[in-house]
Write a protein that binds this ligand. Sequence first.
Ligand code: K7E
Ligand code: RUQ
Ligand code: CUA
Length: 653
Amino acid sequence: MNRSMKLASLLATVSFGVLTASQAMGAESLQDVMKRRGLNEKDVLAAAKTYTPTGKRDEFLVFSSGGQSGQVIVYGIPSMRILKYIGVFTPEPWQGYGYDDESKKILDEGSNIDGRQVKFGDTHHPALSETNGDYDGQYLFINDKNFPRLAVIDLKDFETKQIVKNPIMMSEHGGAFVSPNTDYIIEASQYAAPLGGGFVPLEQFNEKYRGAVTYWKFNREKGRIEPENSFSLELPPYSQDLSDFGKGPSDGWSFTNSFCSERYVGGIESGRPPFEAGCSAKDTDFLHVVNWKKGEELFKAGKTKQINGHAVIEMATAIKEGMLFLIPEPKSPHGVDVTPDGKLLTVSGKLDSHVTVYSFEKIQAAIKAGKFSGKDEYGVPIIDMKDVIHKQVELGLGPLHTQYDAKPCVAYTSLYVDSMLAKWDFCEGKVIDKISIHYNIGHLMAMEGDTAHPAGKYVVALNKLAIDRFNPVGPLHPQNHQLIDASNDKMQLLYDMPLPLGEPHYAVAIAADKLKPHVRYPHGTDSRTEEKHPASVRAGKERIERTPGKVEVFGSVIRSHITPEIMEVTEGDEVTVHLTNLERAEDETHGFAISKHNVNLSLEPGKTASASFKANKAGVYPYYCTEFCSALHLEMQGYLIVQPAGYKATDVK
Ligand code: K7E
Ligand code: RUQ
Ligand code: CUA
């Protein structure tokens, strides 16, 4: 035996030894694992349907509201792996959102109202941009219920690009929903208030408080909302709620629910008149049916009133021009959802066990025939409910929201009080299956379930309470998103995912292959304007420019240097540091933080971002890269030297 043969046989013995050892240890069989973990066959099937091996990707991506966090959560289906939080109405330090000058411009301006900076947002309803009623993967919009505003997120880089503040509302809920070609995004108010703000005593609630719905014009080429081309419609002071745009035959129309049409505003203290009994005293509220195409014509013809520089179609004009109608809807309605073919509308009454399906064709027939059962107190014509009902279907207690399946006529509706999700046939009006969820479902989300061509396969129950589902983490529990296999008539619960960021309301799921986000930016891009950053630099062109009281740094980052390595300024200087990431490699992001300053930049390949601050205290401040980017990551550092005023290098002895 020569030496190498000896070595080979030795190795063989060793590896054989390892093998037998592991066999002796007992590589567990599936049955062993099932026994050890107390799993049954159904559990294993559910695991097999969701487990996503390393390197494999998800079939759908979900954009979920992050509730009180003011952010958006992105996760995959079926793995339920969280991929990203997108900062929208609140800062998100990892992405530098609200920390670099470029994003601060959007966030600070979009959070400023009457001299106050609002540092909170209540996101409710994300909406994906559509082309011909189907998701196109280009943009995402989301509303803030508390401070009526709408944000535009570009799905090229998953960054917030614009926040528009509603100029007339004090509260909203019925946004964001898009028209079939995303030319408009709807935002409907919630609690009535004087339009445009200001004080009006509660005694004048009925006369002077109003609801409204805003139609924000979206410019797809620019990827921005155009406030100057947007308009609103004045509505009665009912609590307007969720909305939806028509599509197909109902394109050109939009629908907005309301509750508390009693106009109840609380007790009778301070000499307020005794309003009627509380909300939901009546059997019905009103669905608002709006011909928004006509509204667009009226807006273009200037038949509007300016409030805070924004065009508002007055109710009287809308009534005269025949663009606004009401239909009674059962007790305390919540969601209104147009079917994929645009022919029917599903309305759920929280306090009714039925879901009411209205026929758009019948609504049109009633309007054309001028057949109304009367008018409300504001002169808006009321269509007789029984003239326009397609079906009323008993589903269970507390129906809230409806989404649609790939199969024609099949819908899913959340049953809040019952803690169940119903799969049903809205053409025939019959229940197909019901499944228990945990617990108290709000919205639900089917794959592309609010488009003209839903994708079916899965439904997610967005539950309000988790109670005993997860390990306890204190009195405040995460929310629970439950993934359900909906590919068969009989539904199967697959997975519980805790959402720890805030209360998610609505979520939308898009086929992952429709998204084509960028891997890098063109060299020196300001990601928020999507233009070449005027302060971007090429390698070797880094420099520091000084003018009295001001220092501007034009620097770069690349493995494994921050250039310049020293930034010398004088106490009291206004400092701006612009940094360009010169990398082209995928995922080579560098960060930039300065000790004890509120600075953290996220510099993805090609991006230029800036940090401005006042060097208000003499000292030595290390700065460094905050992303572990290479073996020499820790060496990616430098010093900000803030010299005392009047300091001269020659003073050093
Ligand atoms: Cu039902 Cu804001 Cu859409 Cu919450 S709302 S659930
Ligand atoms: S260093 S790898 Cu702080 Cu341990 Cu991060
Ligand atoms: Cu660059 Cu760490």
